[in-house]
Design a protein around this ligand. Sequence first.
Ligand code: MG
Ligand code: MG
Length: 255
Amino acid sequence: MSWERDIHLKTAAEIELMRAAGRVNAKALAAVRELLQPGVTTADLNAAAEEILRRHAAYSPFKNYGQPPFPASICVSINEQLVHGIPGKRKLQEGDIVSVDCGTVLDGFVGDSAFTAGVGEISPEAQKLIQVTEQALQVGIAMMRVGNKTGDVSAAIQQVVESQGLHVVREYTGHGVGRSMHEGPQVPNYGTPGTGVELRPGMTIALEPMVLIGTHRTRVLSDRWTVISADKSLTAHQEHSVAVTEGDPLILTVL
Ligand code: MG
Ligand code: MG
């Protein structure tokens, strides 16, 4: 795919449909968040999200995505697992930090969003990691204005993270989202102000800071999906799908 050619500007009506998909996605993530406690399996989290999607006649674009086909509707990534963790029998434990990424297809449009949260009491180091990742996403969203370029958004995210002594992933990026889960433009979590694609009204982009404590390096486990920090340090991931408008950025993946 050519990221730059594959940019699809949405009409106001299409943004409304994306807002609807994003709302269902937020409901699914809220249901998962409520379940986060010791003893709950990651498969339980997946089932809770699937139940919400089913109730809204929606489905997840993650299921059967890629090669080997991703077997679940959400990604659940624990501690050193950064993204793309596969739900299963593993039980959450007190002190874990859990990243949950969910996608929703409703009426032909995709919502894509993720959060990281703690199970019970978590370390101050983990709390800071989550706070900085949330802040990086909010600062990135605030940069989603006409006249700015994708490099401005990327650089703002990177600055928040690195100013706190943390690291942004290089291999995985934010991306346009719409009828397809991955459209252009690509929006890395690092970059140079004033470079990249100019933001225009109707662009819809999933911003997703992925932050690591130790270094920016990652590796993929033998299941060929789960991405972990190379040094096994803690990681976090926050994501919203956001529309560029003539005015303020519109977050699509909230209730
Ligand atoms: Mg996602
Ligand atoms: Mg995404």
